[in-house]
Design a protein around this ligand. Structure first.
Ligand SMILES: O=C(O)c1cc(=O)[nH]c(=O)n1[C@@H]1O[C@H](COP(=O)(O)O)[C@@H](O)[C@H]1O
Length: 241
């Protein structure tokens, strides 16, 4: 039971250097699924992916591509060649870009003779509040309606899933069905600081809402003992207090 729960937690390597990343990998060997994001990929490059493969880890390459179709396709083709499990794009890039990205990711994987990644689209960043959406981004839809439209755009474009807040997960699971991956960041145990997350839920609530995987960073990585924090989160998911 515990092993299954831990396997559904993706931990981001949100650190500045390869050395810091390796120190984190060594500190929590229990983590099976790691996320490589913008900070580390820009600093360390694809070499970090090799480190993860050597350790037989699953890899979420989170570079959140958002560009015109031709550029998205090129980036996703290159990502497909890395043999990673998940790759992110931004849903508001539009249907043509998402479709081109999906086709190109499969082409890249075939060229490199590796398993194709699952492409997932960010619906609306979990750092955006209801108020930000309306007043800064000038989106007149209700937040859940907007996230739903982005999720359906991703699904209709052939992608395998989305990144969404746990607050929308219940509704998006109902609408998109059981075979669609819902990856949920914006996860905070009651004992952790919110930081810049605006639409968060606890790990147990996020799982109950229908998340396929939780992305949990600072509550684990900034804890005095990351392994203890991970265990505490797993315990809280199995037996919510
Ligand atoms: O695509 C993501 O992973 C992502 C999307 C989103 O809407 N919100 C979000 O927080 N993330 C990522 O999830 C991680 C959350 O980290 P913590 O806030 O430290 O738990 C970060 O690496 C973010 O880049």
């Amino acid at each position: 039971m515990m092993a299954n729960v831990a396997e559904r937690i993706i931990v981001p390597l949100d650190v500045p250097t390869m050395e810091d990343a390796i120190a984190l990998l060594d500190a929590i060997p229990e983590v099976t699924f790691w996320k490589v994001g913008l900070e580390l990929f820009v600093s360390a490059g694809p070499a970090i992916l090799e480190q993860l493969k050597q350790r037989q880890k699953r890899i979420f390459l989170d570079l959140k591509f958002h560009d015109i179709p031709n550029t998205m396709a090129g980036a996703c083709r290159a990502a497909g060649r890395h043999g990673v499990d998940l790759v992110t794009v931004h849903a508001p890039a539009g249907g043509a870009a998402l479709k081109a990205a999906q086709i190109a990711a499969l082409e890249g994987a075939a060229q490199a003779d590796c398993p194709p990644p699952t492409l997932i689209a960010v619906t609306l960043l979990t750092s955006i509040s209801n108020r930000d959406l309306a007043y800064e981004l000038k989106v007149s839809l209700e937040l859940t309606d907007y996230a739903t439209q982005m999720a359906l755009l991703a699904q209709d474009s052939g992608l395998g899933g989305i990144v969404c807040s746990p607050q929308e997960a219940n509704e998006l699971r109902r609408i998109c069905g059981d075979d669609f991956l819902l990856i949920c960041p914006g996860v905070r145990p009651t004992w952790a600081a919110m930081g810049d997350q605006q639409r968060a839920m606890t790990p147990a609530q996020a799982m109950a809402a229908g998340a396929s995987y939780l992305v949990i960073g600072r509550p684990i990585t900034q804890a005095p003992d990351p392994a203890v924090a991970l265990q505490k989160i797993c315990d809280e998911i199995v037996a919510p207090g």
